[in-house]
Design a protein around this ligand. Structure first.
Ligand code: ZN
Length: 415
């Protein structure tokens, strides 16, 4: 990547309207919701959080602020599928949800993506009033158009044109950055695909990040989600659609996350490690929403839809490979990331770029990330499906083109 000073500076940057970050700040949910809604549909994606009494605490805080809480039936604890989004959309429409209501999504990336997609479909798929205008009441009882019609690559080309129901995103893991992105990743297993519903309109209205909510995340999920954030920070930085503001954010995110992810895995109660990881994950979401991703995320989507490999684990496994595949065209960009990733200076751009690849390798080793696709339950005969399923928005951001033959060979070497 040429130095910024040598390039014309032209960019768009989108982000949520309000970001509230801090340990214990979940108690501000009522104040934040009362600014935008009279009723709040609360989507809580975690049984652990449900058992911790958090929904009851939110109910009290919302009522005190004059907002009526309505609990959405707890979603299935998997990455959202087409039917999950369609069911929640119908549920919201049947309750007459309008833009004077809001959704509050409390959970990991899966929960936030589910809420984000249903919030968009509830105003775009059915019940569109003849007079137009998003404030008109939607019509209960209407069958919503399936989210599948709106998905990139597999849909019928329908797009999100109306503002979704306002969304307050409250992440309980530090990884996907979904709280700050404009897409929701939706899966199907028959036929298998993992594709995005995407629109600038889908950015959450409010993001409330309370790192204390991540303290109960077990070590292996902390490792996988943390590596997802690190992959997003690196891939958005080296993407062929890379942008100036996200580049700055990615540097800070990596500097914090590289040491903090190991600390958070070792000691889940470490306030400082959890804060740094939650902040880095948020920055990774802001970065990827504006700059795109690359090879690791392209293949991770296929690993998810073809072999149900959890997203963070798939990213962690593929990051090392993506760095090697891109090394030859990324000397400058890897070298500029070296101070943040390796925490030291290097004699030349080449040694700095190599040090980045080696440091990520070491980090994956320390976190016990597998190297082989067979360790993820993937079979060699799935390679053609993996190659086909890797194409999409993420892969198109990779800093160099990867042919199907090269991708097939790369995956074969992982057995
Ligand atoms: Zn990701």
């Amino acid at each position: 990547m040429p130095a910024l000073a040598a390039q014309p500076i032209v960019y768009d940057f989108v982000s949520p309207s309000t970001i509230v970050f801090g340990w214990g700040r979940r108690v501000e949910v009522g104040r934040l919701a009362s600014r935008i809604a009279r009723r709040a549909f609360v989507v809580c994606g975690s049984r652990t959080l449900e058992q911790s009494g958090l929904p009851q605490q939110f109910d009290n805080l919302l009522r005190q602020a004059g907002v009526e809480p309505i609990h959405v039936p707890r979603p299935a604890s998997h990455e959202p599928e087409v039917s999950d989004v369609d069911n929640l959309t119908r549920w919201l429409i049947d309750r007459g949800a309008t833009d004077s209501d809001c959704l509050i999504a409390v959970g990991g990336g899966s929960t936030i993506d589910l809420a984000k997609a249903a919030a968009a479909l509830a105003t775009n798929s059915a019940g569109v009033p003849p007079s137009g205008g998003s404030s008109d009441r939607l019509k209960p009882g209407l069958q919503p158009t399936s989210v599948r019609e709106f998905l990139e690559g597999v849909g019928s080309g329908r797009t999100i044109t109306r503002p979704p129901l306002p969304l307050i995103a409250i992440p309980t893991t530090a990884g996907t950055g979904s709280e700050a992105t404009k897409n929701a990743v939706i899966s199907s297993y028959d036929p298998p695909f993992k594709k995005s519903l995407r629109s600038d309109l889908m950015l959450p209205r409010v993001v409330l990040v309370d790192p204390e909510l991540t303290v109960s995340v077990p070590p292996h999920i902390t490792a996988w989600t943390g590596m997802d954030a690190i992959t997003q920070l690196i891939e958005s930085y080296v993407s062929c659609r890379s942008q100036p503001i996200p580049r700055t954010l990615a540097m800070q995110g990596l500097e914090l996350a590289i040491p903090a992810v190991v600390e958070a895995v070792r000691d889940g109660s470490s306030r400082s490690a959890r804060e740094r990881m939650s902040h880095a994950a948020l920055l990774s979401g802001l970065s990827l929403a504006n700059s795109g991703l690359g090879l690791a995320h392209g293949v991770a989507a296929a690993l998810g839809s073809c072999a149900k490999v959890p997203h963070g684990l798939a990213c962690a496994v593929m990051l090392r490979v993506a760095l090697r595949v891109n090394r030859s065209v990324c000397t400058e960009s890897f070298a500029s990331l070296a101070p943040a990733i390796t925490n030291r200076t290097h004699a030349s751009t080449d040694t700095a770029a190599d040090a980045v690849v080696a440091r990520i390798d070491e980090l994956c080793h320390d976190l016990g990330i597998p190297r082989r696709l067979s360790e993820l339950g993937v079979r060699p005969d799935q390679i053609p499906d993996l190659v086909a399923g890797s194409h999409g928005n993420s892969l198109s951001g990779n800093p160099r083109e990867i042919s199907d033959a090269e991708l097939r060979e790369t995956l074969e070497q992982m057995f």
